[in-house]
Design a protein around this ligand. Sequence first.
Ligand code: B12
Ligand code: SF4
Length: 423
Amino acid sequence: MKMKLIYPRWPKLDRQTEFHLPPHGPVVFAATVPPEVDLEFTDENLEPVDFDGAVDLVGISTMLTAQLPRAFEIAREFRERGVPVIFGGISTMLHAEEVAQHADSVFLGEAEGRFAQVIDDFQKGRLKKRYDYMNTPPDTALVGTARREILNRELYNYRGVQMLDLVHASRGCKFDCFPCCTGFLGGKNFRPRPIDKVIEEMEAIRNNRLFIVDNSLAQDRQWLKDLFTAMAPLKKKWVSHPILDDDEILKLAADAGAWYVYQAVFDTSEVIRNRIRRLKEYGIGIEGTIILGTDDQSEDDIKRLVDFLLEVELDVAEFTILTPFMQSPIRRQLEKEGRILSNDWSRYTADKVVFQPRQMSPEKLQELYYYAWDTFYAGGGHQLKMGELFKQVIRREIEDGTYHRYNPKKRRGFRKNQEAVAP
Ligand code: B12
Ligand code: SF4
């Protein structure tokens, strides 16, 4: 049987350099698809969808709410051709009822240990309308090595530099921050994978640069110590979401190859200033993630925040506008207060104002979004600052002998759809 897996396109953040990381959800999901199924993957951000090739079942994998309008169009095209469509992924879980109206089947929850049954049902003509495992997450020991070979690797490079490979060592998050849907998705529990399986997966990735996409590396001190200690001999260089702000952990992270981390910056406090200073002391770069439009921010606060980011010499900053995603705590609050202005999901890209800010008009907040990007990057664009971060990692790789240059034109040691980095 032939299954086509599709990752629908969405508009990227206005002002940010457009780059495309390999999608993680689809390759992790692919590892749950029985091997006898002939699986073909299309990332529509980079390749057109072929609506006419012979296929038995279409799977649509959605991460973001902003992917949904396009996902529904894709589903309609296939269903009009008589091909059944099943949806899964994060925004499918967040918008389950709406998605069900556009699908033959919706899969809610994590797929490990579950998808073989779905294929069996399908082959027996008994595909259910809904598979719901939201409250019964699988044992994380069942999470297999992602099937990265389904990716067309040639597409994931930026000016000849290969994109990072994504991997995760844990699921869930015990925190429940106001703008985040993770509490709903993962039941507010930290669920680590067995470290030996994570190391095995990382080792099998030939790319030296990884993005550890765990929600937060600040949840369990002992587990972090064990993970970073086990990672150090691999000599990988990696990016991650925030790491526990603790000297021992940061030292272990740096020794294990921490290259730069995402760090939310909400205010101009000493806590944030010290956290940034400490990361720098350990040679770890920082990409600040800054949400604009929270209730405590006035126009002056936002301008002061941008000055602060320049003053503390953040390596890179990613500004987004507060967005009330479904199932997030902020959504519940803004709904209660009648402050949601739009439910057009194509506007839920995190660079558009879709709610009524407390201290300014929606237009002013939109203007401040552009002000923040333009002011922070006035002395050198986003590309230039990212370039500096890349220079840092190249220096470290040259020092420890792990430097590889990926050159898609040369294609030495590189075959289409194969896990390889040209030397
Ligand atoms: C990693 C990540 C990223 C990575 C993207 C990596 C990538 N290329 O894949 C990066 C850092 C780039 C990123 C960026 C953004 N992200 Co993000 N990200 C995440 C994170 C932390 C984990 C996602 C993940 O990979 N999970 C692991 C995989 C394996 O799980 P999964 O996708 O659910 O897949 C499983 C199942 O769903 C199922 N499955 C998957 N597909 C399919 C398909 C079928 C057919 C079936 C049956 C099953 C199935 O099988 C898998 C295995 O069990 C989530 C938070 C979270 N916990 O979900 C936020 C999250 C998805 N991100 C979010 C947001 C908002 C963003 C940004 C817009 C803004 C920002 N700065 O945060 C940007 C958007 C990018 C852009 N520039 O336009 C929001 C999405 C909200 C929404 N409703 O749209 C989330 C939920 C966090 C939050 N704030 O609540 N993100
Ligand atoms: S923002 Fe990060 S730390 Fe907070 S709940 Fe979401 S994933 Fe967890």
